[in-house]
Ligand binder design. Structure first.
Ligand code: MLT
Length: 393
């Protein structure tokens, strides 16, 4: 038996596991010290009431013979897919129901989609980037090239026609930098993909944080994107589903490569390897799109936005340069005193008990940067900023 030797090319541990390991070491050494978590983008507000009530009813349904549900459709229940279809229609994106696939979150589907894409494709990934794109392609042994995202391009790299990429990853609003592509910029990526016969994998997990109405929330708001893009979205950050697990992937019927229809391949893949998301979770997800649910999650997003404001105001006050935090829950700051990002991570942890995410974990261009999330509680965000101020001032 030969294991997948591509795993030898991976770093020892996944970024957030490495952070958790370092924090555990610190806690063992300093058991009495308080820790404020602003590292992994995990939400702190509880599920909104509309979702909780819907899940309770769904659990009761399962307890009665007349309303019991066993295996559901692998691609998700129509009641939820209809809601997602309507949600897209609000931004003038028309989807067919069969283009929407319900999943247990964007991370799984971003990895799983590679099952239907050949291993000989060259993959273009921005740097810095959400590490899942890189690691899942290393696992499959694909050739990866990087698009530099840096201060000179506002952390929004644009296509370079001298480079031939078959698969292109775009995340907007971006994790980790918080940068957001406008429509003209995304149109350039779509034009490039079409002229190169490439596929864009568009991660829109943070779309709910787009406040500026002129910015696109979906790549399908861009002309011709349905000919060249798959979109991954999640309710994790939108509605606090990080623990509940529910997302959706849109695979347009118009995606045809080498006479193969990607929607058909994905359906075949899902029906073979996935038994769908639980009925209870999908009922909770349906409630996210109800009028009441929309109102309640909007309040939560406002809360996180205000946290982002507190962070960016503090950074401005103490003269630390930053990006993001406006249409995104992430604030990407430049480490003070030209420090490396792991160095700053240790300093912030050991001197202030605050955890962030070192930029180097997202790629080489992240080395002098650091990511903070707006997903902490208000109290902890305020406390952390006070500690940061004391440390820097
Ligand atoms: C992050 O912190 O980058 C995200 O929470 C990771 C994820 O969504 O899987």
């Amino acid at each position: 038996m030969i294991p997948n030797t591509n795993y030898n090319q991976l770093k020892d541990s996944y970024l957030f596991s490495e952070i958790a390991k370092r924090v555990a070491e610190y806690s063992n050494l300093n058991p009495e010290k308080e820790i404020i978590k602003m590292g992994i983008g995990d939400v702190t507000l509880p599920l909104c009431n509309a979702v909780v009530e819907a899940m309770k009813h769904a659990a009761e349904d399962l307890g009665k013979a007349e309303t019991f549900h066993g295996y559901g459709p692998e691609q998700g229940y129509d009641f939820l897919r209809e809601k997602i279809k309507d949600y897209y229609a609000e931004n003038n994106v028309e989807l067919d129901l069969n283009e929407i696939f319900i999943s247990d979150g964007a991370k799984s589907d971003l990895g799983n989609i590679l099952d239907i894409l050949g291993k000989d494709n060259t993959v273009l990934i921005p740097d810095p980037v959400y590490p899942v794109y890189v690691d899942t392609n290393i696992m499959d042994g694909r050739n990866i090239i990087y698009a530099d995202a840096n201060e000179s391009n506002g952390f929004l790299p644009m296509p370079d026609y001298s480079i031939k990429a078959d698969i292109i990853y775009i995340c907007s609003p971006n994790n980790p930098t918080g940068a957001v592509y406008n429509k003209e910029q995304l149109q350039k990526w779509v034009d490039y993909a079409i002229s190169n016969n490439s596929l864009i994998l568009f991660d829109s997990a943070y779309e709910a944080f787009v406040a500026d109405k002129s910015l696109p929330r979906s790549i399908f708001q861009i002309e011709d994107a349905k000919k060249c893009a798959i979109e991954f979205c999640s309710l994790s950050k939108t509605a606090g589903f990080t623990g509940v697990r529910c997302g959706y992937t849109v695979v347009p019927n118009g995606l045809v490569f080498s006479d193969m229809k990607l929607n058909k391949l994905w359906l075949r893949r899902q029906t073979t390897k996935f038994n769908g998301v639980s009925y209870i979770v999908q009922k909770g997800a349906e409630a996210v799109f109800s009028e009441e649910g929309r109102r309640q999650i909007a309040e939560n997003i406002m809360y996180y936005r205000e946290n982002a404001n507190i962070i960016t105001n503090t950074l401005s006050e103490i003269g630390i340069k930053f990006y993001g935090g406006i249409n995104s829950p992430y604030i990407w700051l430049k480490c003070p005193d030209n420090m490396g990002s792991w160095e700053f991570f240790d300093k912030l942890l050991y001197s202030a008990g605050v955890i962030g995410t070192p930029g180097a974990g997202f790629g080489k261009n992240g080395d002098k940067y650091f990511r903070l999330t707006a997903f902490s509680s208000r109290e902890n965000t305020q406390k952390a900023m006070l500690k940061l101020k004391n440390l820097i001032d």
